[in-house]
Design a protein around this ligand. Structure first.
Ligand code: SF4
Length: 411
């Protein structure tokens, strides 16, 4: 009898718990509904879906091998980046031709300093990212599901260069268009029509819109445009090496030099990013590194000195290195901007170690904005913010006009 009562009480307790849990789940879903999923995953119903690359079938699912997270995806599941899904046992990208942010920028804004100084670069992003950086400057597009993105985007279509009859001043008139899809062919044609010399895959994380970037880059190369990937470098070796066939410059955001900081701040590890940099070096790619210095988080002198020493030893002294100023943002809006002295200290420390091209970013007017000849010390490219005031490298094909030193880059 006692046994029977116990059994009944237990069953009642379980039922009550289940009911409470169900109520809680219903309440959570009412306040925080999950994003609507794509109803028709297959084109033409959904123009942004294509087969994804780099995956293997494993145990009733697929494993994505594009980035070091190597997400295992059962049927219908999405990866950590929110834009890759297992649909029908195959990996699909959900953002092919889904551009959410498209602009015509000066190349200095990327920042990329060793590619056509003062030129325009056609810049675009799709939604999604595999990292979770607390200070992300573009979190509105990187930390969303593609369904949450605006359905249409304004894109630069043509840039007409005009001369004001009264003053003789030359100015540009930009024509823009509202679009829902932006194909690789359209990107290349708009880049040419806006006098861009290159295209960059940027703002969010281009690794997670790999197929879109790859096809665009291949087409752009055929039309004589250069390609630039601005990335956190969280990508596996094979996809990276395949991409390098078409990528002219790679900009890697090396966020710090401490595993714990990397895990806490980005949700990812430092080691794979170092591997990416080593792969770039091994493949002879042209690449630049930027380190956003966040006060109190990654500005320890020892850690910064360690980063500089590693770059010198494993990547060489020719790699352009930027120390950029952090501005309060997103989940670390309580942290103040980086003091100028910290950035100046880091730049001086890198120069002292023998690095030849060390820059300071986001401080207009800082001497660290210029490119100097590592032999004679003269200014070769003088900048102020995103403006190029003087450029001695284009006319010489990248050589110092004073002593002939070859400066790495595309000039
Ligand atoms: S790209 Fe996306 S789905 Fe693929 S492993 Fe990385 S986070 Fe996962």
């Amino acid at each position: 009898m006692v046994q029977e009562n116990r059994g009944r009480n237990l069953a009642l307790g379980v039922s009550v718990c289940m009911a409470v849990l169900s109520l809680c789940a219903a309440a959570i879903l009412a306040f925080y509904p999950p994003p609507a999923t794509f109803s028709g995953l297959i084109p033409p119903d959904n123009p942004w879906v294509r087969d994804g690359r780099f995956s293997v079938s494993v145990c009733n699912g697929v494993q994505c091998k594009l980035c070091p997270f190597k997400c295992f995806l059962p049927e219908g599941a999405r990866g950590r980046c929110r834009v890759r899904i297992n649909y029908g046992g195959r990996i699909k990208t959900l953002v092919y031709s889904k551009a959410v942010s498209v602009h015509l920028d000066p190349v200095e804004k990327k920042p990329v300093y060793h590619l056509y100084p003062g030129s325009l670069i056609y810049s675009l992003a799709s939604p999604g990212c595999n990292l979770r950086c607390k200070g992300c400057q573009n979190w509105e597009i990187s930390q969303i599901y593609p369904e949450q993105a605006a359905r249409t985007t304004l894109v630069p279509e043509r840039l007409d260069v005009k001369v004001a009859p009264e003053t003789g001043r030359v100015y540009g008139e930009l024509k823009q268009e509202e679009i829902a899809t932006l194909s690789p062919e359209e990107i290349v044609s708009y880049a040419l029509a806006t006098h861009s010399r290159s295209i960059t895959y940027t703002y969010s994380e281009p690794v997670v819109f790999y197929e879109y970037m790859y096809d665009t880059a291949r087409l752009a190369r055929q039309k004589g445009l250069k390609n630039v990937m601005v990335s956190a470098g969280y990508i596996n070796r094979e996809p990276l090496e395949q991409l390098l066939k078409y990528m002219d410059v790679v900009k890697i955001d090396l966020k710090g030099f401490n595993e714990k900081f990397y895990r806490d701040y980005t949700g990812a590890g430092l080691w794979p990013v170092k591997q990416t940099l080593l792969t770039l070096k091994k493949n002879g790619a042209l690449f630049e590194i930027v380190n956003l210095v966040v006060p109190g988080l990654n500005d320890g002198r020892e850690s910064m000195a360690g980063m500089i020493a590693w770059i010198k030893k494993d990547l060489g002294t020719d790699v352009p290195l930027f120390f950029s100023r952090f501005a309060p943002n997103y989940q670390v809006a309580n942290i103040g901007a980086t003091p100028v002295e910290t950035l100046t200290w880091a730049r001086n420390a890198a120069i002292k170690q023998g690095l030849k091209y060390v820059y300071v970013g986001n401080i207009p007017g800082h001497e660290g904005e210029n490119t100097y000849c590592p032999v004679c010390g003269r200014i070769l490219v003088k900048r102020y913010g995103y403006a190029v005031l003087e450029n001695q490298l284009t006319a010489t094909g990248g050589r110092c006009p004073h002593d002939g030193t070859r400066i790495p880059g595309i000039w």
